[in-house]
Structures are given as structure tokens and as C-alpha cells.
Ligand binder design. Structure first.
Ligand SMILES: *[C@@H]1O[C@H](CO)[C@@H](O)[C@H](O)[C@H]1NC(C)=O
Ligand SMILES: *[C@@H]1O[C@H](CO)[C@@H](O)[C@H](O)[C@H]1NC(C)=O
Ligand SMILES: *[C@@H]1O[C@H](CO)[C@@H](O)[C@H](O)[C@H]1NC(C)=O
Ligand SMILES: CC(=O)N[C@H]1CO[C@H](CO)[C@@H](O)[C@@H]1O
Length: 508
């Protein structure tokens, strides 16, 4: 990189005779920085230590990027210096723009420095989002966070300041938390994230109105009555929310159709869902919803947050996965879950099959993670709901999912072809004696490996993190929302064709 930097200085002197060469070198320089930044990002899932980041960028910084000022350095690494991380959607064109755009390329390079650390610009964002300033009791207050002096939102300029989310199984439905944090980050300077969704102040300029209610947490923690309460906190909050929304002009404008409500736990929003059914929901599946309240036309399916550890670069290949098929879970389930029991009796005595009782909690989570990471195939069998976090635990363990759940809805299926990395078996077929194991034993190493490679390519779509990164779950959800919003608009506009036409009545 030092070498490249000298090249740059030299070529600057000889710029006029060989402008093309200069541009080429500048572009490759940026690509070099870009790739080193991405390399860092991909090799380490957690935040890059600031010292490493500075070490790599320090010598570049003086030329291309605004130097890291000391007030900001506490915020490393989501600060600031890497323009490539601010907008990852079209880095190439922006780089060319900056390097070769006009007569004065130095000024342009300066402009590139100014992007760093700035909140994302609404004009470039995929989705403009207005978020209600609901009181903290609806969101971070449920995590025990107390704002000082009427503060509604926590300061998100550093992950250290963010109210932590409880671990364990609560985490499965935490997307309400990550989405809200991402919106807060979108207009906080110093946080580097993809410019996918941006919070706007004026609701008439928004594509979608976000309702920041942590409904799954509210269900998980506050559905029981405490002390003398007549009404649970969970029900009280939902009643208040309905009342609030119904009184808002934003809701009345389109009858709530452009509102986004996160209700990922299948039992969340149980009280309010019928009244708010015109809104878009972010859900785990449609198992417990009537079709007129939730359906694939308007709603978005989001992945569960996996609970097992992320498998990094140490993913075991075919020959280092001794278990053929893995399943761990509750075996007796109501509703669609009877199939688990039948499969249990079919498979329990087979060699190289792990099929065991017991939900994963506490210590069990890490054992399940090890089990999946040592298995070639992981079963996902319909339980009392069509979906479960098991699928996402399997994906993150790079264990090929075998999906036996006819009613399942999968996240981001408009972008992902699950057949490239999952095996689907109809429930009725799975119950035929010998069929499932013959099918899985018949899959050759090369075919398995192809699916495993694909799995490793797409696994980052199933990560939730702060700050959000390009292609992760949060960004994929915003993208899915923007697709739904377009089709909702489309239907509304079609309905409006004749509504506004003043000649319509007369011509008949
Ligand atoms: C972010 O948006 C909120 C409300 O929409 C506003 O009060 C705040 O000043 C904004 N912050 C920045 C840094 O733009
Ligand atoms: C919000 O935007 C609309 C349309 O762009 C504009 O008419 C209105 O004055 C804005 N409201 C505020 C408070 O800025
Ligand atoms: C396995 O892969 C080979 C080529 O890589 C292909 O021809 C074959 O159809 C695959 N088999 C199955 C069962 O998918
Ligand atoms: C700030 C910084 O780390 N500067 C380094 C740039 O590279 C030279 C070697 O080429 C180092 O000596 C400097 O310390």
C-alpha cells in the first residue's frame, strides 16, 4: 500500500501527459483500500479494533480521507473514514466520480472525504422512513432503559451506549430492536452503515411510517399480570398503540397501509392485530394469522435471529461432519407438529442420526450449535408454527437445512433461491419409510459441497448487528419493505384511476 501511495504522488506530477493512467491508478488505489476494508469486515464479525483500522488507513488517510479527529476516535470503527462503507450500493461509480469526474480531481477527492461520517442523504436512500416518537415504554423502556430529562431515544453514536438486548431465546425475535437502532443510526453522524433506509422528519416525505413498538419483547416479558394489575402491560401497550395510531393523520391518510409494524413473535400483537391489519407486518410466518390480516402480498417475512454461535472461517467440510442428520427440539407439539413425533419413531434408531428431545436453552444452545456444526444435514420440521429459529441456527452453522414444513414462508425469497442451499421434502413424503434417509444418503459429497459453498455465500443475509452492514438482515428487510411499498402504491393508484375523474359520472 505504501508503494501504491508513492505511485499516486508520482502520477500526480505527470498528470497532464497521462491523465488516463492517473485515473486508472487512482481507481485501483481506491479498490485496494476498499478491498482491505472489506477483508477486515469479513474476517472479523465483530467490530474491528480501532487500532487495526487506524494502522491500515493512517497513511492513506492523509491523502484521501479526512484524518480521524481525536473526538471521533473513540467511535472507531464505525466512524467515518471509509467512504466505501457509507454507501456500498454503488461504490464503483462513486469512486470513478471522485477520481476522474472533473477537471479538478483534488477537489473531488476532498469531497469524498466529506462524505465520511455524515448521515446518509435522503436522496440516495432506498427508503425514506418516518418513525413515530413513541414514549420509551413502547420500546427501549421495555429493556429497562431510562432516558434523562424526557429523552425519547438512546444515543446510538457508539455501540457502548446502546441499551443491551437480553440474550437467550428472547434474542430470536429481536428484529424490532435492530430495525429501530438502524433508523436512529441513519440520522446520527459518525455511524457507518449502508444507506438503505433513512429516517426523515416530515411524514409527508416518507415512503413508509415505522411504528417503534417492541411487541415481541412486550409479549415475552409482560404478558403476565403482576401484583394487582387487572390488565397486563402487554395488553395495555397494545390498546394505547391502537388508540394512538387511529388518532394520527398519518394513519388516516391511507388507512394505515403504509405503516410498518414489527410483530415477529407469533403471539405478539394478539390484542391489536385485527384493528391494525391494514398495516404491513414484519413476521416470522403466517401460521397464527387469518389471511385477511396477514398475507404475503403486503407483509414481510424476517429471519429469526439465530441463537447458536456464528460459524466463522472454521466451518467443517463434508468429511469432518460425522453426523448425517441432526434434529434437536421439542418433539410433542400441537397443531401441525404431529409430524415430529412420527419422524422421531422412524429415525431414532438409525445410525449417524441425532434426533433428540428437549428444547435448547442455556447450555443446550452451545451444544446444539456444536451438534449442527458437526452435521451434514439439519432437519427443520413444522412445530406448533410453520417456522422456527432452528432453520437460521442451521444456516449459521453451515449445516444444509432439510425443510419438512409445507406451510413455511421463507425470508427474502424474491432474492434467494433456497433450493440452492436447502432440501425441501413434503411432509407426506418424509413419512414414507426409508425415503428421507435414502434421499440424504444418496447426496454425493460434491453435490453437498456445492450447497455448503452457497450457504457460506448467503449466510450474511441472516445476521443482525449494530451498526448494520451491507446485505445483512436489517438491510434485506428494508429492501423487502421497499418492494412491498411499490406494489401497495401500484394497487392504490389503480384503484384511484376513476375515483378522481370528474367526467366519469356524466359520460354514462
Ligand atoms: C434525527 O431525527 C430526529 C427526529 O426526526 C431529530 O430530532 C434529530 O435532530 C435528527 N438528528 C440529526 C443528527 O439529524
Ligand atoms: C412536510 O412536507 C410537505 C410536503 O413536502 C410540506 O408541504 C410541509 O410543509 C412539510 N411540513 C413541515 C413541518 O416541514
Ligand atoms: C450432482 O452434481 C452433478 C454435477 O456436479 C450433477 O450432474 C448431478 O445431477 C447432481 N446430482 C444431484 C442428485 O443433484
Ligand atoms: C501515521 C503512520 O502510521 N504513518 C506511517 C506511514 O508509513 C511509514 C512507513 O512508510 C511509517 O514510518 C509511518 O509511521
Amino acid at each position: 500500500m505504501v508503494l501504491a501511495s508513492q505511485d499516486f504522488l508520482m502520477s500526480e506530477k505527470s498528470m497532464k501527459p497521462s491523465r488516463l493512467l492517473f485515473c486508472l491508478i487512482t481507481i485501483s488505489m481506491f479498490l485496494l483500500i476498499l478491498s482491505s476494508v472489506f477483508l477486515l469486515q469479513s474476517t472479523n464479525n465483530s467490530f474491528i479494533p480501532g487500532s487495526v483500522f487506524r494502522l491500515i488507513l493512517a497513511n492513506k488517510t492523509s491523502i484521501y480521507l479526512r484524518p480521524i479527529d481525536s473526538s471521533n476516535s473513540g467511535n472507531l470503527p464505525y466512524l467515518s473514514s471509509a467512504p466505501s462503507l457509507v454507501d456500498t450500493r454503488s461504490p464503483k461509480s462513486r469512486i470513478q466520480d471522485a477520481a476522474c469526474g472533473g477537471s479538478n480531481s483534488n477537489r473531488k477527492v476532498g469531497a469524498l472525504g466529506e462524505w465520511s461520517g455524515k448521515a446518509c442523504d435522503p436522496i440516495r436512500a432506498l427508503l425514506k422512513v418516518y418513525m413515530y416518537d413513541l414514549p420509551p415504554e413502547f420500546h427501549f423502556g421495555l429493556l429497562g432503559w431510562k432516558g434523562k430529562g424526557g429523552q425519547i431515544w438512546p444515543d446510538v453514536s457508539s455501540p457502548r451506549l446502546i441499551p443491551p438486548y437480553p440474550g437467550g431465546l428472547n434474542l430470536q425475535h429481536s428484529m424490532e430492536y435492530w430495525l429501530t437502532l438502524d433508523l436512529l443510526a441513519s440520522n446520527t453522524s459518525g455511524v457507518v452503515r449502508p444507506c438503505s433506509a433513512i429516517r426523515v422528519m416530515n411524514s409527508s416525505q416518507a415512503d413508509v411510517i415505522f411504528v417503534p413498538f417492541f411487541s415481541s419483547l412486550s409479549y415475552n416479558r409482560h404478558s403476565k399480570l403482576h401484583g394487582r394489575e387487572k390488565v397486563s402491560v402487554n395488553k395495555m401497550l397494545q390498546d394505547k398503540l391502537v388508540e394512538f395510531l387511529m388518532s394520527r393523520d398519518e394513519w388516516k391518510r391511507l388507512g394505515g397501509k403504509d405503516h410498518l409494524i414489527v410483530a415477529h413473535h407469533p403471539n405478539s400483537m394478539l390484542v391489536a392485530r385485527r384493528k391494525l391489519g391494514s398495516a404491513m407486518f414484519v413476521l416470522a410466518d403466517f401460521g397464527r394469522y387469518r389471511v385477511e390480516i396477514a398475507n404475503i402480498k403486503k407483509d414481510v417475512i424476517a429471519p429469526y435471529r439465530h441463537v447458536v454461535r456464528t460459524t466463522g472461517g472454521d466451518s467443517a467440510p463434508f468429511e469432518r461432519r460425522p453426523i448425517l442428520v441432526y434434529f434437536q427440539g421439542a418433539i410433542y407439539r400441537k397443531d401441525g407438529g404431529a409430524i415430529r413425533q412420527e419422524l422421531y419413531y422412524l429415525l431414532k434408531d438409525e445410525k449417524d442420526v441425532h434426533f433428540a428431545f428437549g428444547s435448547v436453552r442455556g447450555n443446550g444452545i452451545s451444544r446444539a450449535g456444536q451438534g449442527m456444526a458437526s452435521s451434514k444435514f439439519c432437519l427443520n420440521i413444522a412445530g406448533d408454527t410453520p417456522s422456527s429459529n432452528r432453520l437460521f441456527d442451521a444456516i449459521t452453522s453451515h449445516c444444509i437445512p432439510v425443510i419438512i414444513s409445507d406451510q413455511i414462508e421463507l425470508p427474502f425469497e424474491d432474492v434467494l433461491d433456497y433450493s440452492e442451499f436447502c432440501i425441501f421434502v413434503r411432509a407426506s413424503d418424509a413419512l414414507k419409510k426409508g425415503l428421507l434417509l435414502n434421499l440424504l444418503r444418496g447426496i454425493k459429497q460434491e453435490n453437498w459441497t456445492k450447497m455448503w459453498e452457497r450457504l457460506k455465500e448467503i449466510v450474511h443475509h441472516f445476521e443482525y448487528q449494530y451498526p448494520s452492514q451491507s446485505g445483512d438482515s436489517v438491510e434485506m428487510i428494508w429492501e423487502a419493505v421497499s418492494h412491498k411499498i411499490s406494489s401497495i402504491r401500484f394497487r392504490l393508484h389503480r384503484q384511484n384511476r376513476f375515483r378522481r375523474s370528474q367526467f366519469m359520472g356524466r359520460s354514462k
